[in-house]
Structure formats: C-alpha cells, structure tokens
Design a protein around this ligand. Sequence first.
Ligand code: GLA
Length: 398
Amino acid sequence: MFTATAKNQGYLISGLLIGLMFMISGAAFALDNGLAKTPPMGWNSWNKFGCDVSEKLIKEMADAMVVSGMKDAGYVYIVIDDCWQVKRNSAGKIEADAARFPSGMKVLADYIHSKGLKFGLYSDAGTATCQGRPGSHGHEETDAMTYAEWGVDYLKYDWCHAENLKQQEAYAAMRDALAHSGREIVFSMCEWGTSQPWLWAGSVANLWRTTGDIQDCWDCQGGWGGMGWTLILDRQVGLEKYAGPGHWNDPDMLEVGNGGMTFTEYKSHFSFWSLLESPLMAGNDIRSMNPEIKEILTNKEIISLNQDALGIQGNKIRDDGDFEVWSKPLSDGSKAVILFNRSAQKSEMKVSWEELGFAKNKSVVVRDLWLHRDLGNFASGFSASVEPHGVIALKVKQ
Ligand code: GLA
C-alpha cells in the first residue's frame, strides 16, 4: 500500500514537472503574445521612399500621422523598412546609419512614443537584408534585445539571403528571441508566401505576407514577382480560414496615394484591404496628401470593417467574371458587402439577401460606407450602378 502510494506520488511529481516544462517552453508551440488582436494599422517607409530613410523623414511622418487625422482614424505604427542599418559593432550589436539617424534609434523611438504612436523596424531572417544590409541570422537573441532596449514595438522580418534556411525554423528563432526580449513586439513575417505560411505561421507570427511585393498599379506585373493589387486580391481567395485575431494574412502594404492609380482604383484597393483583414499600413507620403487621398485613408466606416472585433476575413461569394461580390460578417450581426466592377464600363450590379444568408421575406437596412449614407430598407436585394474599376461598399443588416 505504502509503496503504491509513493509510486503514485512519483507519477504525480513527474507529471507536474512535464507540465511545467511545457509551460516554460510554451513559446515554442504557440504564439501567445497577446498582440494584434485586430490587424495592425500604421505607415511603412518602403513603398514610397525605399532606401531613402532618415531620422528627419521618420519624425515628419510621425508628426503627419497626428496632424492628418490618421492617428485619430486608428493608425499607430511608424515602421522603418530596409536600409536603416549599416553594420554590426565588434560585440555583434546592430548599428543604425549614424549619418541618417544621428540621434540613434532610442531617441527616435522616444519621439514617436511621445506622439502616442508606436515604433517599428525591419530586419531579415537571412545573412543580409534585400538591400544588402546585415541580416539577423545567428544574431536573433542580440537583435531582439537591442530592439527591446531601443523601444521597438513591431518587427517586419524579411527573407532575402536565406537560401540555406528553412522558413519554419528561421522565423521560430526570431519569435523565441522576441519572446525572451521582455518587450511586446508585433512579429510580421515577410517570406512572400513561399512556404504557404498560412498553414503553419499562426503559432509563429502575428501576420505573414502571402505574395510578392505589391506594385502601385491595377494589374501590372513587375519584375521579381511584384504585382498590382488586383492580382494580389486573386491570390487571397481561400486563405480566409487561416486568419483571425492575433494572426493575419498580409497581402502587403497600401499603395493608396502613390500616384499610379485613379481615385476610384485607390478606393477599391483600400476597401478590399479592409475587408480582407489585411494590416492597413499606408505606404505613401502622408505629409502631403491631397484631400481625396486623405479621405480614403481616414474613412472610419471602411476602417471599422477591418478593425471589427470578430476578425473574420472577408471572402468572395460570387464571381461573374468582371463582376464580383465579396462579404464578411461583423460583430453587430450585420454584414459588409463589396460589389466590385473590374470591367472598363460602368455596370449595374446586384446582391440578393438570399446569397448573403439572410432570411427571406424580411427587409434589410442598407448603408453606403463611401457615401456615408443610409440608403433605406430593401426587400430582396440591392442593385446599383458601379463605376469601372470601382466598388460599392455596403453595411447591411436584417
Ligand atoms: C522585400 C519586401 C519588401 C521590402 C523590401 C526591402 O522585397 O518584400 O516589402 O521590405 O524587401 O528591401
């Protein structure tokens, strides 16, 4: 009897020890950093400025984020993409370009934080970044500690010069390093969808890129896998089931306001990025936006689809060639609907309440999110004329 009890206690103790080990090493099995419960919103330097980044530019962007009303609309992260870093010191610590960032990253982070905003940086899982600056491979722990010391809140982590690495291992190494850093840092993976990260990265990162780089155009195809936003949109079909609070598909940063598209096309691009639960990272010069571009980026009714607490990524519910209907459920019981006209002609489009799953014989209240107007009650569906390359974005409730 005594022996049996001692044996049981032995089992109990070893069971508790195993449980404790799992708790301690839990970071290796699931990302639980509590961040990005809704898609991150902010600004990133790459699409407009490339390598031409500096302390002056970044401070001006932080100022503009507040003055333009973007902060008020929900944008919070100011992210410096590639080219801020130049070398490592003798201890292996990464150093910012002293000519372009003379006050150093900590002072810049403090400035951004003093505006009520958050600070993001970029690195790469390989030996060098895409622009040939030092990468983090083999320096993950040191770099994460450095970011934490500087006050970094967001890390975009790229995939250049990583030929001999495996995505799962390389990204998990930085995830674990960030977890050890003692600071809450949103982790944004950028391996361009090469390893189908939606299948495995939910336990590794808060967001992961799904394609090559966005280009500021409707449907062009650039070199090195870059593409216009409608081609990216087509590659999001079917990925909706992998997104949710804390772990998002990332179809890349916004091109709104960079000059390559019409006002109508930018409205469509922004409407879709919102519906897709994409991070809303502006990529234009927010110091000098014209009123139309500002109106797009700060449309709170469109943004509310993206920041809805349910965090369900929208999906395509009908595809009639050039005419598509997309939808997503919202936490107040309503649905967002986008009628999308890809054709070059103004066209009449329709959505029926039946295809949205609403009960028959009960009318639906319709609101237009670009006109900011309630359109009334509609019996069986809604139809409207949609601009070429345009959308009508609606909130509908039964
Ligand atoms: C890759 C990324 C881009 C950008 C550049 C910087 O192409 O996909 O978003 O970060 O590198 O060099």
